[in-house]
Design a protein around this ligand. Structure first.
Ligand code: G16
Length: 543
């Protein structure tokens, strides 16, 4: 039976960089998720509701949230739902399913790389019919609805058993529980030559250590890297998804993927080391004693794209988020293809991909993907690297060196100041904004400011515009400092400072990244008065 429940709106359901993310204790309060999902239902057209995909990264509250969404969907005229077994789907797999089954969209439950468990975070977002995170036009309208909602509709029924594959019916709605891995694996088999990769593994030319961080990619990695390519089970670690990620922080970077880093910096490490995050869209790439920065990873994939079956027709264009280093731009110039600079947030690549203007894109925040889906894709990036290493007979450090020799090296890192009181973070940004125009021509610590602006973007496909997407400080020599506030955190504010130092002298491309960037880091701090305003002497995390 359908029930109408009276509710009161919450004023804080504004989606951030990638959907709504909140602390579990906040997200689980009475009617919080119900309101948000009902607002989503109100916004969807009948056509979109004919078929929706539903799944999440398996974190704490995933199970209950899925059952709740099923009942709200059934009471709101959704005709059919495709759900990952046990309610689990990696974000790239969800994007693929939406496209593969021509769904009207999908509801993806994930707080990505944010911690899980009872004290962790929860997240929810809508992806449109092309599999892309919903654009700002949708999320803004959704936010408006959440501020006005007065009731939601829900079907009173028992929970559905999502452990068994197959079809069932709830009210008038049909539910198909799908194998979360199978369709995704079939898709990857079209992008890569799995038979050749398998041979390279069996000949010992390729080897991989993969850390699934007790998050969603474990089952995918076991099938793809283990069963299909033949990597030893011992080399695929933390492969059992846990609702609290084993107490870890499922953020694949040098700080949180410590064990993998230790393995890759030890003797007899495999050729490639990789990790993925909570929902499987991010990737970390390591070689023996080598960290591949996400910006360089993207540039290397662009440089060698012709070796990857998915790109056998060539690259049409590429894109990077604004703070991502300019290494990609130089590869694009060399290849004679356009390179677009978009605001942070995967959703901004969607139109460019749909229009066929780009077929490769990525971000400094450990995200890379192609036009096969509309999300970043962690395991796909690993397969790109395996293919490139295999085809070139080169290790990651050699591929990086080739890149830097040819184009110069963008020394690159990000300083994160986490848990800053919102008012202080806003003050840093406001004071910086007020002095942006005065910075031109001034020299700080030996770096001359050529220009400074607040980044705005006009989408070349639909002409929609987005403003205030971070401050860019352009320095003589091609160096940059970027400032923006994170849109994915749930704890106060996080100030992100992105440092890029372009070194064109090939005699100087082998330096230590963090040492090389120290001076620029000090300049960045001084320019924005980070320490004096926030009291933070050091960033909380440097990646
Ligand atoms: C999300 C977005 C990315 C973005 C990242 C960081 O990733 O999809 O496009 O780069 O957040 O955003 P912020 O700097 O605002 O925290 P994910 O992996 O968290 O979904």
């Amino acid at each position: 039976m359908m029930k109408i429940v009276k509710t009161a709106p919450f004023q804080d359901q504004k989606p951030g960089t990638s959907g709504l993310r909140k602390k579990i204790v906040h997200a689980t309060q009475e009617n919080y998720l119900e309101n948000f999902v009902q607002s989503m239902m109100d916004l969807l057209a009948e056509k979109e509701k004919s078929l929706l995909v539903l799944g999440g990264d398996g974190r704490y509250y995933n199970d209950q949230a899925i059952q709740l969404i099923i009942k709200i969907a059934a009471a709101n005229g959704v005709e059919r739902l495709l759900i990952g077994q046990r309610g689990i789907l990696s974000t790239p797999a969800a994007s693929h399913l939406i496209r593969h089954y021509s769904a009207g969209g999908g509801i993806v439950l994930s707080a990505s790389h944010n911690p899980g468990g009872k004290d962790g975070d929860f997240g929810i977002k809508f992806n449109n019919a092309s599999g892309s995170p919903a654009p700002e036009s949708f999320t803004s309208e959704l936010f408006e609805l959440t501020k006005k909602i007065s009731e939601y509709r829900i079907l009173e029924s028992d929970d559905i058993d999502l452990s068994k594959l197959g079809r069932s019916v709830v009210g008038d709605m049909q539910i198909d529980v799908l194998d979360a891995v199978a369709d995704y694996q079939d898709m990857l088999a079209k992008s890569f030559d799995m038979t050749w990769l398998k041979e390279e593994f069996s000949r010992g030319k390729l080897s991989l250590a993969f850390d699934a961080m007790h998050a969603v990619t474990g089952p995918y990695a076991k099938v793809i890297f283990g069963q299909t390519l033949g990597e030893k089970p011992d080399n695929i670690v933390n492969a059992v998804p846990l609702e609290d990620f084993g107490g870890g922080h499922p953020d694949p970077n040098l700080v949180h993927a410590k064990d993998l880093v230790a393995k890759m910096y030890s003797k007899n490490s495999p050729l490639l080391g990789a990790a993925s995050d909570g929902d499987g869209d991010r990737n970390l790439i390591l070689g023996a004693s080598t960290f591949v920065s996400p910006s360089d990873s993207l540039a290397v994939i662009a440089e060698h794209a012709h070796l990857i079956p998915q790109f056998s027709g060539g690259l049409r264009g590429v894109a990077r988020s604004m703070p991502t280093s300019t290494a990609l731009d130089r590869v694009a110039i060399d290849k004679g293809i356009p390179c677009y600079e978009t605001p942070t947030g995967w959703k901004f690549f969607g139109n460019l991909l749909d229009a066929g203007m780009i077929n490769l894109c990525g971000e400094e925040s450990f995200g890379t993907s192609g036009d096969h889906i509309r999300e970043k894709d962690g395991l796909w990036a690993v397969l790109c690297w395996l293919t490139i290493c295999g085809k070139t007979n080169k290790a990651p450090h050699e591929l990086l060196r080739d890149l830097w020799q040819k184009y110069g090296r963008s020394y690159y890192c990000r300083y994160d100041y986490e848990g800053v009181p919102q008012a202080l973070a806003d003050q840093v940004m406001k004071e910086l904004k007020d002095k942006l125009t005065d910075l031109k021509g001034v020299t700080f610590g030996g770096f001359e400011v050529l220009d400074a602006d607040s980044f705005s973007y006009v989408d070349p496909v639909d002409n929609s515009s987005t403003h205030n997407q971070g401050f860019r400080i352009f320095l003589r020599g091609g160096h940059r400092v970027i400032y923006r506030l994170s849109g994915t955190g749930t704890d106060n504010a996080t100030i992100r400072v992105y440092l890029e130092l372009l070194e064109k002298d090939t005699a100087k491309i082998d330096g230590d990244v963090f040492e090389t960037l120290k001076g620029l880091g000090n300049v960045a701090n001084e320019l924005a008065n980070v320490t004096s305003i926030t009291g933070f002497v050091e960033p909380s995390v440097v990646t």
